[in-house]
Ligand binder design. Structure first.
Ligand SMILES: [Zn+2]
Ligand SMILES: [Zn+2]
Length: 356
């Protein structure tokens, strides 16, 4: 079978390689890969910046945003051949810490967790893969074209869960949400905002293309002005920050409504300095009872809820988030970012179909 492999730490090592068919261990499903999504993490691994291969190996199968069809399920499994499935990304650390022991490896305390396609485990970017039944989530058959969005949706489901949990420390009936960044994470966050009936605003740099159109199609409002001006005007009760840009983060936190909850999801490499008056930022947070919470990764519970979010969404809307589909043989193209911040790419997907 063909697989997309990379040598973590070595730029230019991305390859489509022939590998032996995997053999499922006890309790594992054998799955025919349909597609694998590409995100910023994959691009960083391909650039040699992050990633860790399985122990004893110099290379790793890339890909953590999965979609496949079960070819063979273990005896007694609740899944059967033909089911559409997605595999969860993170596995508990071996100790395990208290969070991992309770099925919340997304909140691992000791950092010893492993991740498919990122850290010490082969990913899902192959024509065939195996996954433990406990880490496989069944999707509605209607999601064949768009189920590849389950993993990024799970990240956003967890973020909204953090907003709910932290908001619930007092009276909390939010009305307005601001999402900063209209990539796949930002747009999926906006989808959930509108599913909840919130007045949802999205801000990004682009002025045309699929991002503003996708926002408007949700019934949300698209902005391309600076964050401070937009946030001052709408006073969001909730901010979901998906850019990682320091100045955007600070402007968003400073201009929420009272009791505002800001959930930070974005990551940028270091070296982006912003002048911040920490005293004023502190006053803003204290005097408004604001809360700023970081969120990363997701666990199987979030994947299940993500599958429900996708079923409730308009399939044609989800399709517009997948702006490019690249066959496995030309996988390298999926890692090229066309034309800077004005580029129209939302989600690029590598097709794993045997004929691609
Ligand atoms: Zn990703
Ligand atoms: Zn742990």
């Amino acid at each position: 079978m063909r697989a997309l492999t990379v040598e973590p730490g070595r730029k230019g090592s991305l390859r489509v390689t022939d590998l032996p068919e995997p053999v499922p261990a006890d309790g594992e499903l054998l799955v025919d890969g349909l597609a694998v999504g590409v995100c910023g993490t994959d691009r960083e691994i391909a650039a040699g910046d992050i990633g860790l291969p399985p122990s004893g190996s110099s290379w790793m199968v890339l890909g953590h945003e999965s979609l496949g069809r079960v070819r063979q399920a273990p005896p007694g499994s609740s899944l059967t051949a033909g089911d559409l499935v997605v595999g969860a990304v993170r596995r508990p650390d071996p100790v395990p810490c208290g969070a991992c022991a309770r099925g919340e490896s997304d909140n691992c305390r000791n950092g010893g967790y492993q991740e498919r396609g990122i850290k010490q485990l082969h990913g899902y970017g192959s024509e065939t893969w195996c996954v433990e039944e406990d880490y496989a989530v069944r999707l509605d058959p209607s999601l064949e074209r768009v189920g590849i969005l389950t993993e990024p949706t799970s990240i956003v489901v967890k973020a909204w869960e953090q907003v709910d949990l932290t908001g619930a420390r007092g009276w909390f009936e939010p009305e307005r949400a601001l999402i900063t960044g209209a990539g796949s994470i930002g747009l999926l966050a906006a989808l959930i905002g509108t599913q909840r009936g919130l007045e949802t605003h999205v801000i990004d740099l682009v002025t045309s293309g699929p991002k503003p159109e996708a926002v408007r199609a949700l019934g949300a409002t698209y902005h391309h002005h600076d964050v401070e001006a937009v946030a001052k005007k709408i006073r969001p009760d909730i901010v979901i920050e998906a850019t990682g840009v320091g100045s955007v983060v600070v402007d968003a936190i400073r201009n929420t409504n009272h009791y505002g909850v800001t959930c930070l999801l974005g990551l940028l490499s270091s070296g982006h300095h912003v002048d911040v008056d920490a005293g004023i930022l502190n006053r803003d947070i204290v005097l408004k009872n604001d809360l700023v919470v970081g969120s990363v990764n997701s666990n199987v519970r979030h994947f299940r809820e993500a599958a429900d979010v996708l079923v409730r969404a308009d399939e044609a809307w989800l399709e517009r988030l997948i702006t490019r589909r690249v066959p496995l043989a030309r996988a390298a193209e999926a890692f090229e970012v066309p034309d800077g911040p004005q580029n129209g790419d939302v989600k690029v997907v590598i097709d794993l179909d045997k004929n691609s």
